[in-house]
Design a protein around this ligand. Structure first.
Ligand code: PGA
Length: 242
């Protein structure tokens, strides 16, 4: 695991955006794995700026999102589909038929998980995966547990994750109880991974992910086993590393 500690959230965002842009320039049909949440907002803003000011081209790029809540329609402002359109995909020249997000409203969720996994297999491998991390060490919605599921699956959200995400919904009771998420095995097949963390609330999770044992109790710790995983973290998120 390579770790770059940045001076600020903005520097973290710029570095992440530059790495994504470099991939897209070198390989115009790059396959990206992408996250949602507060952390990557700065990176998406920077990529949209680059598109506008430098004409960075995404026309051959394909993107796969990590996860989606179960039950939210795509026009619900809290759905990750909505998040991606408003923060990124509507503002760059990505083709809609190359933007993939699990369908959290599928009637048969198990079939939807299999379909998504197959799609990644067919269009992949993912060249660059950008990840966030939960305060509890989760990746996507792979929650701390005694065992991890390798492939795309339905996960029941932990109480801590629902509390952390309540800020978006107004109250914890409105946070969905389940989500579709890629599994750690799906994520680990990416050629290159960058993980972003830009607040002190993530310091403990970063410390356990980097310095602790590889354990399903800290899903991010599995990234220690990836041959090309880099963290871009600001100094507050790095404060537990010593
Ligand atoms: P955040 O979420 O970027 O909103 O902190 C990250 C996560 O929970 O994985």
């Amino acid at each position: 695991m390579f770790i770059t500690v940045t001076r600020s959230y903005d520097e973290m965002s710029q570095r992440a955006a530059l790495l994504v842009a470099a991939h897209v320039i070198v390989k115009p049909d790059t396959v990206l794995g992408l996250p949602t949440g507060s952390t990557p907002l700065g990176m998406y803003r920077e990529l949209v700026r680059m598109r506008r000011e430098t004409n960075l081209g995404f026309s051959r790029v394909a993107t796969f999102n990590l996860d989606e809540y179960v039950g939210l329609p795509p026009d619900d402002p809290q759905s990750y589909d909505f998040f991606m359109r408003t923060n990124f995909t509507d503002h760059v020249n990505l083709r809609r038929d190359r933007v993939f997000i699990p369908d959290g409203r599928a009637r048969d969720l198990a079939a939807e998980c299999r379909r998504y996994e197959k799609l990644i297999e067919r269009r992949g491998p993912i060249d660059l995966f950008v990840l966030g991390i939960g305060q509890n060490g989760h990746i996507g919605f792979n929650e701390p547990s005694h065992a991890l599921q390798a492939e795309t699956h339905v996960e029941t959200l932990s109480a801590r994750t629902r509390r952390a995400n309540a800020r978006f919904f107004g109250s914890v009771s409105k946070v969905p109880r389940r989500a579709i998420t890629m599994g750690m095995g799906t994520i680990m097949k990416a050629r290159e991974i960058i993980l972003l963390a830009g607040s002190k609330e993530k310091a403990e999770a970063i410390k356990r992910a980097v310095k602790g044992p590889v354990t399903p109790a800290v899903p991010a710790s599995v990234l220690q086993l990836h041959p090309a995983c880099r963290m871009f973290i600001d100094s507050s998120a790095a404060s537990g590393l010593g």
